[in-house]
Design a protein around this ligand. Structure first.
Ligand code: BDR
Ligand code: CA
Length: 312
């Protein structure tokens, strides 16, 4: 069955690949819209990058909305050190000509959840959770209408990537993450524990480049760009491809396994701000609020990704 989704994103090369995988998978996924948020780079770039990616996929019909410019309570932290100045460094792509929608992303999220039948829209956040939390705060009655939230964020065993204790998406807006993780909406979480297993090894990226399409060349150029930074940092054979885990799960959930556990967000401590305190071992009796993934069939993931990208 096709799932209706809103992709909430801060592209970002890995966000871009996640979007491409969704657009290449119409049997499983119907993209109702893409909402941009500030994160990897400021909003002016993330909303533009989302449109660049839609045009690369030949999908000028997808509606792209700009959302929140900064986190709920703190200054924006960006990640140009990973993604480059534009957020999509690695290959020069044409400026987008498809329009940005006039409606604010938060308004689009609220309106869509009010209009669609309850329990039929899945939210897929790939960046800081500011847009989603703002929508929940502004219109609390929509919370119960969300089918599920499938997000990339957090970590347990891998702990952190932007600080020793925190993963980037949660760290940038922990207050927003606290609202989302406390919302009661069923959550499926792709933490670093999973994303650090889907590495951009040479054979996997060459298979994508060998598609010899515009999309194949762009994806290979993007991963070539950011893996230099990550390979030096982690000493692995490739870089993690974080955000596509979300859209891969929508297409083939059996690639992933995890545990239904309690996850709380640290917002107070300056040392561990943005940490996802995940009760992986079931130590507390705090309510289970998230399906927290821990393992993935990495080659199965790349076979799926490459096969789907070949369609674009
Ligand atoms: C997350 O942070 C961003 O840099 C990536 O796009 C991904 O969403 C990984 O921590
Ligand atoms: Ca992202």
């Amino acid at each position: 069955m096709t799932r209706k989704i809103i992709i909430d994103t801060d592209p970002g090369q890995d966000d871009a690949v996640a979007i491409l995988l969704a657009l290449a998978s119409p049997e499983e996924i119907e993209v109702l819209g893409i909402t941009a948020v500030a994160g990897n780079v400021p909003l002016a770039l993330t909303q533009k990058n989302a449109r660049i990616v839609c045009e690369l996929a030949g999908r000028r019909d997808i509606r792209v909305f700009a959302g929140c410019e900064k986190p709920l309570a703190h200054a924006l932290v960006t990640a140009e050190h990973v993604h480059g100045k534009t957020g999509l460094d690695g290959i020069a792509l044409p400026e987008p000509t498809m329009p940005l929608q006039d409606t604010h992303a938060v308004e689009f999220i609220i309106d869509t959840l009010r209009q669609e039948p309850p329990g039929t829209v899945t939210l897929c956040p790939l960046g800081p959770l500011t847009n989603i939390a703002t929508a929940f705060r502004t219109a609390p009655e929509i919370v119960g209408r969300v089918q599920e939230i499938v997000l990339m964020g957090g970590a347990y065993f891998e702990v952190g990537n932007i600080t020793p204790a925190a993963e980037f998406n949660i760290y940038v807006d922990p207050e927003a993450a606290g609202i989302v993780f406390g919302s009661g909406v069923p959550l499926t979480v792709m933490p670093l524990d999973v994303t650090h297993k889907v590495l951009t090894t040479r054979p996997r990226i060459e298979a994508i480049r060998d598609l010899d399409t515009e999309v194949g060349h762009a994806v290979a150029a993007w991963t070539d760009f950011f893996e230099r930074f990550d390979m030096e940092k982690y000493g692995h054979d490739g870089a993690p491809l974080h955000d596509p885990c979300v859209t891969a799960w929508l297409v083939r959930p059996g690639l992933f396994s995890g545990r239904h556990i309690n996850v709380e967000i640290e917002t107070a401590s300056p040392l561990t701000r943005g940490m996802t305190v995940a009760d992986w071992w079931g130590i507390t009796d705090r309510p289970k609020n998230a399906m927290f993934m821990g393992d993935v069939d990495a080659q199965g993931f790349y076979d799926l990704l490459t096969g789907r990208l070949a369609r674009l």
